[in-house]
Design a protein around this ligand. Structure first.
Ligand SMILES: [Zn+2]
Length: 309
């Protein structure tokens, strides 16, 4: 039975990270150095059309690597047509920063001790780009430290959405720790960015939601972020139990996963699947007796102001 009572609202935040195109067929698939954005520039309009006016949040890259490669922090907002189309269709532009440094010919994740300085340096330039709301940020590759979270807070940023709930990695490819962070939004503790506590910072942490999924190549199900580019049966296998326990969902999708072509066990590389996944999401939420409500990241700020002294 459907109900309109406030407790049954289920808030969905559609987010897109404008990252470089990763070439699935390349031997070095995860190549940080080849930063091309063709699927954003040529294909993002198709994604916008698919959303049919639903609110969405775009985290757009603006950082030192973009500046070095393309001669300006504003490279990705120079396509003013596309930027206008995002804003005219109920989208917003928030800030996505990858903290890399150049070593020889390669771009690699910056060392931990340089994180804060690099972040603050980029922030200075991003503040001059009127199209980007720098007060809402997501750091690339889920990178975070206590020092960086405090710097984010002190610089006046109101929402950070870097967390990937309940995940931790420390391998050759990625290094982040959100192991004790659950799917709820929270104000990070001053002494541990991963969790709430007292005293806490003023910035609100909005984790990317994770749900157990089993790809064909997995031995065991793995907590993965909810990516609307994934194959439908894998994506929704455990979705209903998530909806029953939570009242919000933060999705994350990259343009190349929808626009480019590829053959992969988990990612569908298909705009039709992306579209039908949105419809499936709405149906599944309703089937759980909740009402789906689509929101932008900045909608959280209006609530935030009311609760702050
Ligand atoms: Zn990214």
């Amino acid at each position: 039975m459907m109900s309109n009572c406030a407790d049954n609202l289920f808030f969905i935040y559609l987010t897109f990270d404008i990252d470089q195109d990763f070439n699935l067929n390349s031997f070095d698939y995860y190549n940080r150095t080849a930063a091309k954005f063709d699927s954003f520039n040529t294909g993002f309009r198709t994604i916008i059309d698919t959303l049919s006016g639903k609110p969405f949040s775009v985290f757009i890259r603006s950082d030192n690597q973009i500046n070095q490669l393309y001669g300006g922090y504003d490279y990705l907002v120079r396509s003013s047509d596309l930027i206008k189309q995002i804003k005219d269709n109920n989208g917003e532009l928030d800030w996505h920063i990858h903290l890399y440094e150049k070593k020889g010919d390669e771009w690699i994740p910056i060392s931990q001790k340089k994180l804060v300085d690099a972040f603050l340096n980029d922030l200075k330039y991003v503040k001059e780009i009127s199209e980007i709301n720098w007060r809402i940020v997501r750091i690339g590759e889920c990178v975070m430290t206590d020092e960086l979270m405090r710097a984010i807070d002190q610089s006046g940023i109101l929402i950070d959405s870097t967390a990937i709930a309940l995940r931790k990695r420390g391998d050759d490819e990625k290094c982040f720790d959100w192991a004790i962070t659950n799917n709820d939004f929270f104000y990070p503790s001053v002494s541990d960015y991963r969790t709430k506590g007292t005293p806490h910072l003023k910035v609100m942490e909005v984790p990317m939601s994770t749900i157990l999924m089993k790809a064909p190549y997995d031995k065991e199900p793995l907590l993965r972020y909810f990516n609307l580019a994934f194959k439908t049966d894998i994506l929704f296998h455990n979705f209903s139990s998530y909806v029953e326990k939570h009242n919000s969902l933060v999705t994350i999708t990259h343009p190349f996963e929808v626009i480019s072509k590829g053959n992969h066990g988990l990612v569908a590389y298909d705009i039709k699947t992306f579209h039908s996944n949105i419809e499936e999401m709405v149906k599944s939420v309703e089937a759980c007796g909740k009402t789906p409500v689509f929101k932008k990241m900045s909608d959280l700020l209006n609530n935030n102001k009311r609760t702050r002294k």
